[in-house]
Design a protein around this ligand. Structure first.
Ligand code: NAD
Ligand code: AKB
Length: 319
């Protein structure tokens, strides 16, 4: 069966990269990008794009029917820091978008859904080290609460209506192609840009705050591998733990210094420190490894080298 894929939230950090990868695999015209704002030049010029506010359920259904969509990747959301500043919109957007997409599958309009969860599903009472798949989840941010409720929705729709939903608890994602959209882990992307442009960076997280992170090529590969895995191998329908690299602001600053001599890192924590303190520092992803052969490829060294190489090139070209 020919797959037609709709990406909702294609202009964000993940969508910018995921659309291009999926177009390589499924064909440019079979991957429809959509967002409330235009996407990157590459996304806009390489295939179909629709302006879509995911809160508009009728328009969503019109677009799904127009393109005979079979799969939806729902990436539109407010991330942790932005949602804390606008809790009503955080709840409204993150929950209603999810229901709209789940109901497409329940009503037989689409066959498969990808919906990302996050390490934000965990909270201060969760074991911090090597956080297990099944453990206490008492998130204390509006973003985390929407991810936890979303995971429960996933399992409910799978069990009750047979909806083929697949999900990953992404750690903080780091990439050079798209800008991060308002999360607590954004510092680990900003540091590269500021280091190249100004030789210095003021971190909003404290120097010894360890968080789970992942380089974007690993995250994109994990997403596509999970979506392409045979249904019987996808044993967890709430959301899979996923692990890449754990590091502190101080450790990434040391790596950056190798490429930017005299790089200067200072620290001035804000409300995002409290969010970071409630999250795990490392993740046990043994279920993903066992069920669909997941394995991360990038460590801190390899990621830093690739980020530096690509961003330096990008800034030279745009100078
Ligand atoms: P992002 O903020 O970069 O992108 C979200 C996109 O959604 C934006 O382009 C925005 O314009 C769009 N959007 C907002 N409101 C919309 C609406 N009403 N209708 C349609 N589009 C709308 O986010 P991202 O980093 O690409 O994250 C995508 C998903 O992955 C989110 O669910 C997020 O929680 C999850 N996630 C991301 C990370 C990360 O580090 N990037 C980590 C864990 C989980
Ligand atoms: C955020 O910081 O909000 C995201 C996430 C880990 O979910 N990057």
């Amino acid at each position: 069966m020919k797959e037609r894929i709709l990406i909702i939230g294609s202009s964000g950090q993940i969508g910018t990269e995921l659309v291009m990868e999926l177009r390589k695999i499924y064909g440019e015209n079979n991957v429809i990008a959509s967002d409330i704002r235009p996407s990157s030049k590459d996304v806009m010029s390489s295939g179909p794009f629709e302006t879509l506010d995911i809160l508009d359920e009728q328009l969503l259904r019109t677009i799904v029917k127009k393109y005979k969509v079979t799969q939806v990747y729902l990436l539109a959301a407010l991330l942790s820091a932005t949602a804390e500043k606008n809790i009503e919109l955080g709840w409204e957007l993150n929950m209603r978008s999810h229901s709209h997409v789940l109901d497409l599958a329940k009503d037989g309009l689409i066959k498969k859904i990808f919906w990302p969860s996050s390490i934000a599903v965990f909270g201060p009472t969760t074991p911090k080290e090597n956080t297990p798949q099944y453990t206490v989840t008492e998130p204390n941010t509006v973003y985390g609460i929407t991810k936890q409720a979303g995971e429960r929705w996933n399992e409910y729709y799978f069990n009750k209506f047979g909806v083929d939903i697949r999900s990953l608890r992404y750690p903080g994602l780091i990439g050079w192609k798209g800008a991060p959209g308002g999360g607590t882990t954004d510092y680990a992307v900003d540091i590269f840009h500021q280091a190249i442009k100004y030789g210095k960076y003021k971190s909003f997280l404290a120097e010894n705050t360890v968080l789970p992170m992942m380089y974007m090529p690993d995250a994109i590969r994990a997403t596509i591998e999970l979506m392409e895995a045979p249904a019987k191998q996808v044993k967890i329908r709430s959301s899979y733990n996923l692990s890449g690299i754990s590091f502190t602001p101080k450790q990434i600053a040391e790596k950056v210094s190798k490429y930017i001599p005299n790089f200067e890192m200072t620290y001035n924590t804000d409300f995002r420190q409290v969010i970071a303190d409630s999250w795990p520092s490392s993740i046990d992803d043994s279920h993903a490894k066992k069920d669909w052969d997941w394995e991360a490829k990038y460590d801190l060294e390899k990621m830093t080298s690739d980020m530096m190489k690509n961003l330096k090139k990008q800034y030279t070209i745009s100078a």
